[in-house]
Design a protein around this ligand. Structure first.
Ligand code: FDP
Length: 288
C-alpha cells in the first residue's frame, strides 16, 4: 500500500538523518527560510534528503517543506499524496544536543490544504531512542526505528495510543510577558496542578503530552499575532495526532484541522492536549 511505503521511507530517511546530524552541526547557511527564520546547514541538508526519498515513493506526487518556498508537484496528475514536512523540527536544539525530530503530514490534495484532508501524520523523535509516532486510520501507533530490522516502518512499541485521562504536564512557547493576559491567567490556574516542562522542539513537547497527558501551546504573542508555528507543517500534523489520540487542538477558537489553509507557510497559534484543558483555554480566551 502506498501509505505503508511512505511511512517506511520516512523511517529509513530518519535513520540516515540521525547518522548525519553530527557532521552538520554548527554550520550556518547565512540564509533564511521562507518564513524568515535562520536556516542551518542541517535544515537544508535534511530537506534535500527527505525530499529525494519521499518523492521516490510511488503514490507521492507532491512535496512541500518549511525550507522551500513552493510545493514541488511531480507530473501532470495531482492525484496521490501531497506530503508536507518539517525536515528538522527543533533544529536550534542541535547546538545544545537537545531533542529534535521530523514532522510530516500526508494530504490527499495539493497544498495548501486544511488539516481535515490529512490521511496520515506523524513525527520522528531523536531522543534517547529514535521513535516514530503515526496517526492513521483513526489510530496512533509508536514504532522504534532501528537499523537492520525486518519490521516496517519499525518495531511496534504501542498501538492505539490515547492521552492519559489525568494530565500532568504543560509547556508553552514564547515568553510570558508576550502572551495575552487571559492566557497568563489560565496558565496561573494550572500551576500547582500541572508541572511545567518545555523542550523547545515541537516533536518533543507534543511527545510528552502524548505520554503524560497535559497541554502544549505556541500561542499568539504580542510580537507575533499568528504565533510562530506553521499550519501545514506543524499545526495540522500535531493536531491530527493529538485528536486521534482522544485530545483536542485549537487555534484559540476552533480545531486546527478546520482552519482554512490559504498559504503554504501560513502561521497559526497552536494549542493541543487533553480536551478539558483546551476547552478551558478556549473559554478563557473567549471571555477576554
Ligand atoms: P526551531 O525554531 O528550533 O526549528 O519549528 C519551530 C520550532 O523550533 C519548534 O520546533 C519549537 O516548538 C519552537 O520553534 C521553539 O521556539 P522557541 O525557540 O521560541 O521556544
Amino acid at each position: 500500500m502506498p501509505l505503508d511505503e511512505l511511512l517506511d521511507a520516512v523511517g529509513r530517511v530518519a535513520l540516515e538523518i540521525r547518522d548525519g546530524l553530527s557532521a552538520h552541526r554548527g554550520t550556518e547557511t547565512g540564509q533564511e527560510n521562507p518564513s524568515g527564520e535562520r536556516q542551518l546547514a542541517a535544515d537544508v541538508w535534511a530537506d534535500e534528503r527527505v525530499r529525494a526519498r519521499l518523492l521516490d515513493v510511488p503514490g507521492v506526487v507532491g512535496y512541500a517543506s518549511e525550507e522551500r518556498s513552493t510545493a514541488d508537484v511531480h507530473g501532470e496528475d495531482a492525484d496521490g499524496y501531497h506530503v508536507a514536512v518539517d525536515p528538522l523540527d527543533g533544529s536550534s536544539n542541535l547546538a545544545t544536543n537537545n531533542p529534535l525530530g521530523i514532522l510530516f503530514g500526508a494530504y490527499d490534495r495539493p497544498l495548501p490544504a486544511a488539516g481535515r484532508h490529512l490521511v496520515a501524520s506523524g513525527y520522528v523523535l531523536f531522543g534517547p531512542l529514535t521513535t516514530m509516532t503515526v496517526a492513521r486510520d483513526g489510530t496512533v501507533s509508536e514504532y522504534l526505528l532501528e537499523r537492520d530490522t525486518n519490521h516496517t516502518p519499525g518495531r511496534l512499541l504501542e498501538q492505539g495510543l490515547q492521552l492519559p485521562a489525568e494530565p500532568t504536564v504543560f509547556g508553552i512557547g514564547g515568553s510570558a510577558p508576550e502572551w495575552q493576559k487571559p492566557l497568563r491567567e489560565y496558565v496561573r490556574s494550572l500551576e500547582g496542578r500541572l508541572k511545567q516542562r518545555y523542550a523547545g522542539a515541537l516533536v518533543a513537547d507534543v511527545n510528552q503530552v502524548l505520554g503524560y497527558g497535559g497541554m502544549f501551546a505556541y500561542p499568539q504573542l504580542r510580537s507575533r499575532p499568528d504565533g510562530k508555528l506553521r499550519l501545514l507543517f506543524e499545526g495540522n500534523p500535531v493536531a491530527h495526532i493529538i485528536e486521534t489520540a482522544g485530545g483536542r487542538s485549537s487555534n484559540g477558537e476552533q480545531s486546527l484541522l478546520d482552519v482554512p489553509a490559504e498559504r503554504l507557510h501560513q502561521r497559526v497559534p497552536v494549542h493541543v492536549g487533553n480536551s478539558e484543558l483546551i476547552e478551558g483555554l478556549e473559554r478563557a480566551l473567549a471571555e477576554s
